[in-house]
Design a protein around this ligand. Structure first.
Ligand code: GTP
Ligand code: SPV
Ligand code: MN
Length: 629
């Protein structure tokens, strides 16, 4: 391993000499607090990564997979108590409780600091503290921001190396004066000299804490996903909503894709469009971002699968970047039928967590093949056969893989200035009421659609699977500011884009804010099966949306929004019958009015911070639904 391992008492390492004084001081403070045996400044090199992987194989944290089946890939099995984000242990600490809003767990900053100081004291004894500088976005890019995570988990370091641009390049930006967010992480499992380590150290006590005002993150007790890879939800969403609020941009739980229609009859190539889409956790962002279109000639390319930062470019048009550099995707349900692009992304260089191990040293999960293998080692490390009563892979088992391994990665996925955003899609997991697709009347109505998102609970977080919960903008567990203030940010950023677009001559032609659509892949028929085949067939929905942008697709006005006109979507080609299509697109004004009334009651919980425009849009929707009953 080439990374410089140093005892705390030795003089500065080469990396430390390039670290600015404030960073060096913070690292010193963290070391005094947590008492690690040694400190390693990570440079992000391949040698460093391999060294950490070898270390984890020795420790039993990683199992090397069969290099012929799955080159340079590994399996991690977490502690069974550490398998998903823990929303109940996630806190937003603001001086005034009102500033965290009703959707967050609030804690008093002073007493939380006291709690954390107690927990972090000596927490890294017997372990190495890794210092992990990272960039969210292309290093040097206009929308890019920086952070430094300290952690005692080599699994987290390697994950951060996949999910972010990590090491020397971001450190150089920080040394040159870029602002950085400190993120302190420990698994909370100090080792005494005679203690044997366990493969997945963690602590029953967990805290994932954000201080939005001071842009700080503290995380204790978990090594799993968003709890521990602090660049992801803690920084790129929770802290970033606070940054965006102050600076005039939006942090969104959104995938980012590029879609290109086939050439027309005269051979003129189709115009590529960029689309961002927000779906709650485990509702298909990765699938949509990597879609293999079921219709010939259409092309979908991937820019991101989980987070987008959206802000005005120099000409006032909204641009977006994917701040991440990898995918941390749900494995179960991923197959050559549902997501062939993901399957191709995962052929090598992947870390799998909590999937099952096959007898020939490869991985398997529910849904990967129709027939499960006759024997597996399940995610807990036990023998498993198809007769077993528990799943072989944990439902929130995940893969961690770099974006550049994706065969459909778009050439502009890491463009320093991002890409111009043409359309925004909101979607939930709704068995009833919500049609396959609708277009918002305008930006304001679109923000209402986003704020009204609700979804049946999935395995990505703790809680009863299947229960309907409201998940505004798919941000419920990820908003670091008062949710109503975040809605106001959406309204403001859109209004500014509209205003900039109206100024003649700014960019040659006038333009508008992105068009907004609402989708639902999950509506069910009376027999409980999905009415829409989804996956690659979703291109038909995207195609209609693109037609709306270019003015070539027809729509019918309904109280819910613009719905595809007769014959606009060739559902028969997707295997959907006329009767199924009618159910899929049915608008029941009475049920939707009830839903809107429920939304109105929900908004009451946000008090007088609810933007007047949003309340007005809801009142308008309710009026038109009632008059349609
Ligand atoms: P996070 O990483 O948790 O933020 O979630 P994600 O939105 O990236 O989730 P992911 O793409 O992994 O969601 C996977 C789930 O959505 C699986 O259960 C899929 O079967 C399901 N899914 C994705 N697309 C479709 C679709 O078009 N139709 C149906 N019925 N299910 C879908
Ligand atoms: C989600 O739950 O939305 C995820 C997974 O993307 S995690 O990074 O663990 O939050
Ligand atoms: Mn997510």
């Amino acid at each position: 391993m080439t990374a410089t391992s140093v005892s705390r008492t030795t003089s500065a390492t080469p990396s430390q000499t390039t670290a600015p004084a404030d960073l060096a001081r913070w690292v010193d403070e963290m070391a005094s607090l947590t008492s690690p045996d040694s400190i390693v400044w990570c440079d992000g090199s391949d040698e460093e990564r391999q060294g950490l992987i070898d270390l984890m194989i020795d420790a039993g944290t990683l199992v090397k997979l069969n290099p012929e089946k799955r080159p340079r890939s590994y399996l991690a099995r977490s502690n069974p108590s550490d398998v998903a984000r823990v929303e109940s242990r996630t806190f937003i600490c603001t001086d005034d409780e009102d500033d965290a809003g009703p959707t967050n767990n609030w804690a008093d900053p002073a007493s939380m600091r006291e709690t954390l100081t107690g927990l972090f004291t000596g927490a890294m004894k017997g372990r190495t503290m890794y210092v992990v500088p990272f960039a969210m976005g292309p290093v040097g890019g206009a929308l890019t921001r920086y952070g430094v995570q300290v952690t005692d988990s080599p699994y987290v370091v390697v994950s951060m190396g996949v999910m972010t641009r990590m090491g020397a390049a971001p450190l150089a930006q920080i040394a040159a004066g870029a602002a950085w967010v400190p993120a302190a992480h420990t698994v909370g499992a100090p080792l005494n000299p005679d203690d044997a380590d366990v493969p997945w150290p963690c602590n029953e006590t967990k805290y994932i804490v954000q201080f939005p005002a001071t842009r700080e993150i503290w995380s204790y007790g978990s090594a799993y996903g968003g709890n521990a890879i602090l660049a992801k939800k803690a920084f790129a969403l929770r802290i970033a909503t606070a940054l965006g609020h102050d600076e005039g941009w939006l942090a969104a739980h959104m995938l980012l894709l590029k879609v290109t229609p086939p050439a027309d009859e005269s051979g003129t190539p189709g115009v590529a469009r960029h689309v961002a889409a927000a779906f709650p956790s485990a509702c298909g962002k990765t699938n949509f971002a990597m879609m293999r279109p079921a219709v010939d000639g259409w092309k979908v390319e991937t820019l991101g699968d989980d987070i987008a930062w959206i802000g005005p470019g120099e000409d006032g048009r909204l641009r977006a970047i994917n701040p991440e550099a990898g995918f941390f995707g749900v494995a179960p349900g991923t197959s050559v039928d549902t997501n062939p692009v993901a399957m191709e992304t995962l052929v090598s260089d992947t870390i799998f967590t909590n999937v099952a191990l096959t007898d020939d040293g490869d991985v398997w999960w529910e849904g990967m093949t129709k027939e499960p293998p006759a024997h597996l080692i399940d995610w807990r490390g036990n023998d498993w056969t198809p007769e077993s009563e528990t799943p072989a892979a944990h439902p929130n088992a995940r893969f961690t893989v770099a974006a550049h391994h994706c065969p459909t990665i778009a050439e502009d996925w890491d463009a320093p200035d991002g890409v111009v955003l043409d359309a925004i899609v909101f979607g939930g997991r709704r068995a009833t009421q919500i049609p396959l697709v609708a277009q918002a009347f305008d930006w304001r109505h679109g923000v209402l659609m986003g704020a009204s998102l609700a979804s049946e609970q999935t395995a990505a977080a703790e809680g009863p699977v299947g229960k309907l919960r409201r998940d505004p903008l798919a941000m419920l567990p990820f908003c670091g500011i008062h949710m109503a203030d975040h809605w106001a940010d959406w309204l403001r950023v859109g209004a500014q884009a509209e205003a900039a677009g109206a100024v003649a001559g700014v960019h040659g032609t006038p333009h508008h804010a992105p068009a907004i659509f609402h989708v639902n892949w999950f509506r069910k028929g009376p027999d409980g099966t999905f009415l829409w085949p989804g996956f690659g067939e979703n291109i038909r929905v995207l195609a209609w949306a693109l037609g709306r942008l270019s003015g070539t697709a027809d729509a019918e006005r309904t109280p819910f929004g613009w719905l595809p006109g007769e014959g606009e979507i060739d559902y028969a080609a997707a295997g959907v019958t006329d009767a199924q299509w009618r159910r899929l697109m049915a608008i029941d004004p009475e049920a939707l009015a009830e839903e809107s009334e429920d939304m109105a009651r929900y908004l009451e919980g946000f008090g007088d911070r609810v933007p007047a425009e949003l309340a007005a849009a809801l009142a308008q929707r309710l009026r038109s639904l009632r008059s349609a009953v």
